[in-house]
Design a protein around this ligand. Sequence first.
Ligand SMILES: [Zn+2]
Length: 188
Amino acid sequence: MTNEMWEAIVNNDSSYDGIFYYAVKTTGIFCRPSCKSRPPKRENITIFKSADEAISAHFRPCKRCKPTGEKLPDEEWISAITQYIDRNYMENLRLAHLAQISHGSPYHLHRIFKKTTGRTPVEYIQMIRIEHAKELLICSQFSISEVGEKVGLHNTPYFITLFKKLTGVTPAHYRQAALSQHQGGHRL
Ligand SMILES: [Zn+2]
């Protein structure tokens, strides 16, 4: 079990629902991460990727969080994925990977994501990356290519093109404009 998973269990973090399940050796029961039952001792936990795997290992589903219950509605499913993107935007995120961790096919994920958020998964990832790049351009001394790398866009020309496409200006201009605004503020 990773620290990330442990944190999710302790905080009843529903954004991890469907991503993993945890079983408790001492009770023989398994739960969704969001289950409100008292957090078990860390050493008693076994992690499973699916409810089926937990059942195969002879654990019983929790009556409270019903981990084998109905499939997550689309919105909850997509919100778990957007939250995953929000946390991992700097990684190499591919649709196939997102589909794998969210237990759906890439085609289905793409379609439901677009239907629910109005954006494709790729568009959403790009938007989040550019939002974080804006912050770094203003609040850090990183070079343009370093900013790109920090938000998962390792190809600098592509980073600049994408930034301009979404904001209307290049990263350098964006930083310059923010800086001169800042200095102007000081003069007042
Ligand atoms: Zn439970």
